[in-house]
Design a protein around this ligand. Structure first.
Ligand SMILES: *[C@@H]1O[C@H](CO)[C@@H](O)[C@H](O)[C@H]1NC(C)=O
Ligand SMILES: *[C@@H]1O[C@H](CO)[C@@H](O)[C@H](O)[C@H]1NC(C)=O
Ligand SMILES: *[C@@H]1O[C@H](CO)[C@@H](O)[C@H](O)[C@H]1NC(C)=O
Length: 340
């Protein structure tokens, strides 16, 4: 089999080889070896379908940067889509596969996990949903799925173990928050980002004091970027106590949510301290308020006149913003917060 492959390879006409320079590059640098679970196409994408074990049938999309080098350690950014979304939509709106997205001057490996079918929101049509939302499938173990993705990516690609990051939008942002609150998995991520996050009670870090079973106890500091639009009608900035009569859909005020993370992070440094989490405010972009909790390790961006969207100038998700969140703020925040 091996000999046949080599022979047929060297008999490939030179014109064909010349016509496919990107493939050649990838074959050399990435995963042509028979042990790799990924097969990258000419655009540096691979869809991994897990075929056995507990997560058989689950899939995720991987994108390698154009400067991928198996002898270097690349940062890995996971990005979780919103309810009803897909890996490939998340790739478009997050800009994480765009040319020039780097951490430590090296292209990032972007990973877009795909959610599985949920119960349906408000009894409606079933959609792809992440654990932690009231409409997610009962018992779905997306934390375990994420852990398997981290294992597979680590075993097959040239990664920087100090620089795995989790980001997500809406339901994917709520799930990202659940990852941040869960000590068994949060130790594998350096920092987090939640965009227009759907922070339902089962994803919520303890601002819901009436329900201690959902209180967040991350057992470490959690650097986190939080972006939310003031005109978000899906997940209102000021929070909601219920939706259509169901308190399962209650969500916190976003300013309180950000402050609760900063306070926990300060307390983790000094449990005897009652220090209030201090922040400074600036207006880095038009219609954008930034709160930076330096000791609290929270970067909060609040966008005026902005809906339920991942901020980009082109409006790749929905509303146009005055800046591209990913290159302008997200990557530098992640870069500044490695695991150790
Ligand atoms: C993985 O699964 C998806 C959806 O089930 C399918 O469209 C795709 O072709 C599969 N990819 C591979 C490489 O098997
Ligand atoms: C912890 O907080 C207490 C009370 O605010 C303060 O006296 C002490 O110096 C702090 N310790 C450290 C290591 O920051
Ligand atoms: C929409 O955004 C503007 C600016 O942030 C804010 O003043 C206004 O209250 C918001 N409207 C609603 C309905 O949230």
């Amino acid at each position: 089999m091996f000999c046949f492959f080599v022979l047929s390879w060297i008999t490939i006409p030179m014109t064909l080889v010349m016509a496919r320079p990107i493939n050649m590059g990838l074959l050399n640098r990435a995963s042509s070896s028979s042990t790799s679970i990924y097969s990258f196409d000419s655009t540096n994408h691979a869809t991994r379908n897990i075929t056995d074990g507990e997560f058989a049938g689950r899939s995720y999309l991987v994108h390698l940067p154009s400067d991928y080098d198996k002898d270097k350690n690349h940062a890995v950014v996971l990005s979780f889509h919103g309810n009803g979304g897909t890996s490939s939509q998340q790739e478009t709106i997050s800009q994480l596969s765009d040319t020039g997205m780097t951490i430590n001057d090296l292209g990032i490996i972007a990973v877009y996990p795909q959610a599985s079918l949920g119960k349906g929101r408000d009894g409606g049509q079933k959609e792809n949903s992440w654990q932690g939302a009231p409409y997610a499938a009962d018992g779905v173990d997306d934390i375990g799925f994420t852990s398997t993705i981290l294992d597979e990516v680590s075993a097959n690609l040239a990664v920087d173990a100090e620089r795995f990051y989790a980001t997500g939008k809406s339901n994917g942002g709520g799930f990202t928050n659940l990852l941040a609150c869960t000590p068994s998995i949060n130790v594998r991520f350096a920092a987090f980002a939640t965009i227009s996050a759907a922070l339902y009670p089962d994803t919520l870090p303890g601002v819901d004091a009436s329900d201690t079973s959902t209180a967040c106890n991350p057992k470490r500091q959690i650097p986190i970027l939080i972006s939310h639009g003031y005109n978000d009608t899906t997940i209102p900035y000021l929070g909601q106590t219920e939706r259509d009569g169901s308190t399962d859909y209650r969500t916190p005020n976003i300013d309180s949510f950000a402050e609760s993370w900063a306070k926990r992070n300060v307390q983790y440094l000094n449990s005897s301290s009652d220090a209030v989490a201090q922040f400074t405010t600036t207006d880095p972009y038009t219609n954008t308020l930034q709160r930076l909790y330096t000791i609290g390790k929270v970067l909060q961006l609040s966008l005026n006149y902005f809906q339920h969207c991942w901020p980009s100038e082109a409006g790749l998700d929905c509303d146009k913003a005055s800046f591209n969140l990913t290159p302008a703020k997200l990557l530098s925040f992640l870069e500044a917060n490695p695991l150790n």
